[in-house]
Design a protein around this ligand. Structure first.
Ligand SMILES: Nc1ncnc2c1ncn2[C@@H]1O[C@H](COP(=O)(O)OP(=O)(O)OP(=O)(O)O)[C@@H](O)[C@H]1O
Ligand SMILES: [Mg+2]
Length: 363
């Protein structure tokens, strides 16, 4: 059992408040991913959990033990950094066993733990090499191996794959998923990569300006973002946000009007109130001019082989024209300037108020 609980953690660097009262519970064996824009405090929070950074307010609990004032080495927490931080003059085995030797673990046990970790990570034939004789992916495995041999209660990963090329990232991502299943240890993982977050996480924590904006399963945060920030942050390409107005339509509910086109909603708002209408690029339907209600013009199309992303300017005569992205499966010929039309399906619409908070669309 190794659950983690963070209560009211705040941190400032000088006059800058970087973390503003973070509350979070991570269950035993859970894989939690932190995402958020650069500078939002992800690494700082991870370092506080590891005991590498002091903070002014709040507590960190591991299995109900308050570890707030524990030294890093006494916490049962191991951290893997983006820069692998291997000792260049030591072999792979030397790097992996360094911490254990320092803490006086018996030699036989060290050898056994290193061999076991090397086997799990499939680096058993590299144990005598120096870091410079390894590829980036192999170095990253050694860094992970160094954490595994300590048999921590919790693993913390700070963007461990961001220095790897695209193909290796995919490979290592699959390795990490396997590792998670094999080790069955609680893990907290920071990444900028949407695919890593969506595929590895049991739950995603979206941080924004030092606060937790939303916590949920990957599908939960994708399907039901609670704020415009989360809506635009999760999903790629990001959700389109256009201006609209909300209208009452009797007892049955209401409608939202975007580009002069009404879409029925179960909820109604104050008549004529301005709202932000969100639709994911993959949910917009695009057809020939006149096929769908919203007229649009292709500005340019990104052809990606398996799919394409059309950047269109939507809006008819007398309407404010707004840019939208439409993601479409397959390949179509869409020269710049082509007149097309769009449909925003009712069940694809997200509504946000002027402060960016969700307006529930279901009754
Ligand atoms: N040692 C430090 N001294 C002063 N300010 C710091 C220090 N470490 C971090 N900060 C500031 O704290 C804020 C949060 O930094 P942090 O490294 O936690 O962000 P992050 O979310 O990990 O960003 P990134 O995605 O770029 O890694 C940033 O504004 C950063 O400049
Ligand atoms: Mg960081």
């Amino acid at each position: 059992m190794a659950g983690l609980r963070i209560e009211g953690v705040s941190k400032s660097f000088g006059r800058q408040r970087v973390l503003k009262g973070i509350d979070l519970s991570v269950a035993d064996q859970e894989f939690v991913v932190f995402v958020g824009p650069s500078g939002c405090g992800k690494s700082t929070l991870l370092r506080i959990i590891a005991g590498l950074e002091e903070h002014e307010d709040g507590q960190v609990f591991l299995d109900d033990t308050d570890i707030t004032d524990f030294q890093p080495a006494d916490r049962g927490v191991a951290m893997v950094f983006q820069s692998y931080a291997l000792f260049p003059h030591m072999t792979v085995a030397g790097n992996m066993s360094f911490g254990l030797r320092l803490s006086g673990t018996p030699t036989a046990e060290i050898r056994q733990r290193v061999e076991k970790a090397a086997r799990i990570l499939q680096i058993d034939d590299l144990l005598d090499r120096k870091p410079r004789q390894l590829s980036g992916g192999q170095r990253q495995r050694v860094a992970i191996g160094r954490a595994i041999v300590r048999q921590p209660k919790i693993f913390l990963f700070d963007e461990p794959l961001s220095n790897l090329d695209a193909a290796l990232r995919v490979e290592m991502r699959i390795e990490l998923a396997r590792l998670r299943d094999e080790l069955r240890t609680t893990m907290i993982y920071v990444t900028h990569d949407q695919v890593e977050a969506m595929t590895l996480a049991d739950r995603i924590v979206i941080l924004h300006q030092g606060r937790i904006e939303q916590i949920g399963t990957p599908l939960d945060v994708y399907r039901s973002p609670q704020t415009q920030f989360v809506a635009e942050f999760i999903g790629s390409p990001k959700m389109n946000i256009v201006e609209g107005t909300l209208h009452s339509a009797g007892a049955s509910g209401g409608q939202v009007v975007a580009f002069g086109h009404p879409v029925a909603m179960a909820r109604s708002g104050a008549d004529g109130s301005a709202v932000r209408v969100g639709v994911r690029p993959e949910r917009i339907r695009l057809g020939a001019a006149g096929e769908f209600p919203i007229p649009a013009t292709v500005r340019f199309a990104e052809h990606l082989g398996s799919h394409l992303i059309a950047h269109v300017e939507a809006g008819g005569a007398g309407q404010r024209r707004q840019l939208c992205q439409v993601a479409m499966d397959g390949e179509y010929d869409l020269p710049n300037g082509t007149s097309v039309s769009l449909d925003f399906p009712a069940d694809a619409i997200h509504l946000f108020d002027e402060q960016g908070r969700v307006i529930p669309t279901a009754a």
